[in-house]
Design a protein around this ligand. Structure first.
Ligand code: ADP
Ligand code: MG
Length: 230
């Protein structure tokens, strides 16, 4: 399978030139192939979220190369980056970014409101399809986010991330706040979606139990990759 994402010698410094300057990534090399389910593992502060933010164009890098389908991300225009984020690479941030007082339906629908490629007549069906895909049912559609369990909230975040039919899903610690059973259910859901649709998925975790369910595990420590079982 061809590589869809390639990072070559990526360096990332936070607060560059300031007293609190911090070198978070120290020459990261990593390839993600199309259709892979990859686990990115490492302790807190090792640089996992920084990598996901770079891949999803939410953050920049000083040197090295990060490409998506051959396109260098830092050479893209703001419009191209936005298009990539809206249509190709979907990220579930660590806090899930759901609107707590809105319903499941309204939360999942949000990305379609910003996607000019989806005509309004298709919005309802696409929203309901995404909700169904993640294993939520008719009883959940009109519930508020505040009325859901942790595992159900994570499912809503996944539905929202998939409603625009992206090529790549990046999930930042999707099981961090979940108990063992819900955590296992979420990783099984990723496996099913990966298998059924060939969606490329990168799951960030600090839990070896979650990582070991992935096709491949990349381990990061202190801004460097220390293990990659490819
Ligand atoms: N906006 C920021 N400003 C300064 N330092 C940051 C910022 N974001 C992350 N860091 C630092 O960079 C390192 C890596 O952070 P992060 O990628 O969030 O790690 P992880 O997701 O593995 O816990 C940490 O030491 C963190 O404190
Ligand atoms: Mg993190």
């Amino acid at each position: 399978m061809k590589d869809i994402i390639k990072l070559i010698d990526i360096y990332k410094t936070y607060n560059s030139g300031k007293p609190n300057e911090f070198l978070a990534l120290k020459g990261i090399n990593m390839n993600i192939a199309e259709g892979e389910l990859v686990g990115l593992i490492g302790v807190s502060g090792s640089g996992k979220s920084t990598i996901l933010h770079i891949i999803s164009c939410l953050d920049s890098y000083e040197s090295g190369s990060c490409t998506y389908n051959g396109a260098e991300l830092k050479d893209l225009t703001e419009n191209q980056r936005n298009a990539l984020r809206n249509k190709e690479i979907s990220i579930i941030l660590q806090d899930m970014s759901l609107i707590p007082d809105d319903t499941v339906y309204k939360n999942v629908r949000i990305p379609l409101m910003f996607n000019k490629d989806v005509p309004y007549k298709d919005v309802n069906k696409k929203t309901l399809d995404a909700i169904k895909l993640v294993g939520l049912n008719d009883n959940h559609i009109k519930r508020k986010i505040t009325e859901l369990s942790g595992g159900q909230k994570q499912r809503v975040a996944i539905a929202k991330a998939l409603v625009s039919n992206p090529k790549v899903l990046l999930a930042d610690e999707p099981t961090a706040s979940l108990d063992k059973k819900s955590s296992n259910d979420i990783i099984e859901l990723f496996k099913k979606i990966n298998r059924d649709s060939g969606l490329t998925i990168v799951v960030v975790t600090h839990d070896p139990k979650v990582a070991e369910k992935c096709d491949r595990v990349i381990e990061i420590s202190d801004g460097e990759i220390i293990k990659s079982n490819e």
